[in-house]
Ligand binder design. Sequence first.
Ligand SMILES: C[S@@+](CC[C@H](N)C(=O)[O-])C[C@H]1O[C@@H](n2cnc3c(N)ncnc32)[C@H](O)[C@@H]1O
Length: 295
Amino acid sequence: MNIAIRIAAAILSVPPDVLAPMVPPMAPPPRNELESQLRDEIDSALSGSCSSAVTDSAPLFLLSESETNFVNCNSGLPGTDGDLFKKDDELGKPGTYGEITLLGARQLFYHMGLHNNNHEAQNNYQFFDLGSGGGRLVIQSHLELPSVTRSVGIELSPTRHNIAMRRLNELKSNDDLKRIRHLARKSWALDYNHAAAIDLYEGDLFDLDISKATHIYLSSLCFTETMLERIVDKMEAEGSALKIVASLRLLPLGSNQGGRVVALGDKPWQEFVQMTWNRGGDGCPVFFYAVKPTA
Ligand SMILES: C[S@@+](CC[C@H](N)C(=O)[O-])C[C@H]1O[C@@H](n2cnc3c(N)ncnc32)[C@H](O)[C@@H]1O
């Protein structure tokens, strides 16, 4: 949480959480002029067709009825019975769309420790967005974070996956992907050339190999409780390299009794991060979990 909020909260003798929503969302300040330039470049590269902006006729991410049903019924849940979703009706369904903003992504990266220019660890981070939608967050992590050498997204909806691939291919074809990634390394005073991968998959997050993921983001507002339990089980059973998990909803811990290689910490901390649905507001609460090996 912002240090200014902590100080103000201490002076006023109120918990920091009370003040946080009143402060306009801010990104961590850029380290230098090059990093400011980098952010401008990223903002202009990613705020075009990849944004959730409304087109002349329809929202870009609007799905057909049949695809909405496909996403809602194929979210990796054990059954496809519509009743499964009724428990979580007030939260919407997996077919519902919203995304993290460019500023929100910077806040998220900062709180996950990905913004640290730690020379020792810089080659090891793999950032995974499970339910990556239009892929913007995954692409931004690749462009903006020299600490991340592999950025992975997986998305169930073919329409959203296609949007993500279109954006990625556009950035590759005009060489922006390489150029901006190089600029990021330069702004962190690192060697110019360094291999890094970006993988966008279409499919079910429950089928993805997450054994190399160090940082996982779950835009889980529309995930059901059952789905969240299964995701926790999967992360604790397979996520041997995991360090931090960020989720929009509190995760149901403690159901996973056997076969865990890591454990999600039972004291998540909360930060406020900007999303497209609260752009003008105070940010959306995000829960961060430190992950520890069980052995
Ligand atoms: C709210 S969007 C978030 C997009 C992006 N992660 C962001 O934060 O900007 C969540 C996405 O999760 C996808 N989703 C839901 N269940 C999924 C599953 N089982 N596997 C992969 N994607 C899934 C939905 O189709 C939706 O596009």
